[in-house]
Design a protein around this ligand. Structure first.
Ligand code: ZN
Length: 454
């Protein structure tokens, strides 16, 4: 008897959706059968009229575990991920302790093994010694990450640095391991100038007065030319992350056309696409002002997704406790918010809005990640013998994100209240186990496995 039968769905395999019944055993895909052939299985999901994607993968979220678990932890954060179809997540390294030594890295891995319900790979920090970087790479981190910023909370950790020489050395160390490294590009002179300009106008440094002047095209794209050169000079594989500003996207097109560097790319959804100025806190029914960064050219982002310049989309799920937001003090307030409960649904809905087509949706949610980071076909393929991770989607369901929408993230934030949606993730399956059905997440902590790509 099989563990799971998913019947009557359209299953993605190698470029097309096919009418196939899927059977799983021991967490792997065991059989593809024609519709109508239904062997016995412990659990059956009828996916009639639905599309069976390879399980969605989020290359960029903040799960705050270990060390900052009053904001989120592996359990609550991955329940939120499962709620919108994510089967695999890559938590970023601004946790406590920062995973820049093998010991700290393994502490985060153990936290994930204890509490995650989806598969996971913590992202290592390469700001330790060359030996540390080597050990974390050997342990299996899929890529490394540096925050080129220390200015605002929560980035004032040792996962961040403004020291370009230190960044160059870290790139050399990562290059020696053959892994990718990404970096959040930043230029503190621009950041500080926005604050000084606002003060000179006699205005208080509130989010409303200053945040829209931060992370502009000239700031981010300017910084990224130097970082790209460092990556090229050191021969490091570059994961170009946070690529939403026009000059950054133009640079990636240029470098990809030239073909002299190994590059994989993403932009991050939460800060760049329709970022709200206020987010709704469900338990109190109050709005929290969060402001927004300099607005990118949204149409240019979608164009870059369509033409393949941008290959992945990270959620940048970045929860903070409600009391950590203070819009009156822009230099000491939480930046970002929790959004994994919504992310997968949003990406489906954007396809229906015409931002990209169905094939591109599959690529940006799983295939491109799996291929770039040497996990294909185990992840991202739906082929026989591979991990039975699926995201089952109704492409046509129309719904509105309302106050009753069930949220699993610890902070209970609804940033997209009132948004009209077309398309909804109906089931999330991790290694043959259905962990979410119709918005109900049902899985004990620890089902998620640590995934390495050595
Ligand atoms: Zn982030």
């Amino acid at each position: 008897m099989y563990e799971l039968l998913i019947k009557n769905g359209l299953v993605y395999m190698e470029g097309e959706f096919l009418p196939v019944n899927i059977c799983t055993a021991d967490g792997k895909i065991a059989a593809h059968l024609p519709h109508g052939t239904e062997p016995e299985a412990a659990k059956v999901v009828d996916a009639r009229g639905r599309h069976v994607f390879p399980g969605f993968i989020d290359p960029h979220c903040h799960l705050r575990d270990p060390g900052l678990t009053h904001k989120e932890d592996f359990y609550t954060g991955t329940c939120a991920a499962a709620n919108s179809g994510y089967t695999f997540v890559c938590p970023q390294p601004n946790v406590k302790p920062v995973p820049s030594t093998l010991e700290a890295y393994m502490q985060e891995v153990e936290a994930g093994k204890a509490r995650s319900i989806v598969d996971f790979s913590p992202v290592g920090s390469p700001l330790g010694s060359a030996e540390d970087v080597k050990h974390i790479a050997e342990a299996g981190t899929i890529f490394f990450k540096i925050f080129q910023k220390v200015a605002t909370y929560p980035y004032n950790t040792t996962a961040g640095t403004l020291d370009t020489h230190k960044i160059y050395k870290a790139f050399e160390n990562v290059a020696a391991t053959g892994k990718y490294c990404c970096i959040h590009p930043f230029d503190k002179y621009f950041f500080d100038a926005a604050v000084e300009e606002t003060k000179a106008q006699g205005l208080p440094i509130t989010l409303e007065n200053v945040r829209y002047k931060w992370y502009t095209d000239e700031e981010m794209s300017g910084a990224v030319w130097q970082l790209a050169y460092f990556a090229r000079k050191t021969g490091m594989k570059w994961y170009a992350m946070h690529a939403w500003m026009p000059g950054y996207i133009d640079l990636l097109r240029l470098l990809k056309a030239e073909g002299k560097m190994t590059i994989v790319t993403s932009f991050e959804y939460m800060p760049s696409i329709d970022a709200p100025d206020e987010i709704y806190h469900v338990p109190t029914g109050k709005n929290i002002i969060v402001g927004h960064d300099a607005r990118p050219d949204k149409e240019k982002i979608w164009e870059a997704v369509r033409d393949g310049t941008l290959q992945m989309i990270g959620s940048d799920h970045a929860p903070h406790a409600p009391e950590e937001y203070n819009h009156l003090d822009a230099l000491n307030t939480g930046a970002g918010f929790a959004m994994l409960d919504f992310f997968g649904h949003l990406l489906v809905s954007h396809m229906n809005e015409g931002c990209y087509n169905l094939q591109r949706l599959v690529e940006i949610t799983s295939v491109n990640f799996a291929k770039a980071f040497n996990l294909y076909p185990r992840k991202g393929s739906n082929l026989i013998g591979t991990d039975a991770d699926f995201t089952i989607v109704d492409l046509n369901e129309e719904w509105t994100i309302d106050k009753d929408y069930k949220i699993y993230s610890k902070t209970q934030i609804n940033p997209y209240l009132g948004r009209k949606m077309k398309g909804k993730v109906k089931n999330t399956v991790v290694r043959g186990r259905v962990i979410m059905s119709d918005g109900v997440v049902d899985c004990e902590p620890g089902w998620g496995q640590y995934v390495i790509n050595n």
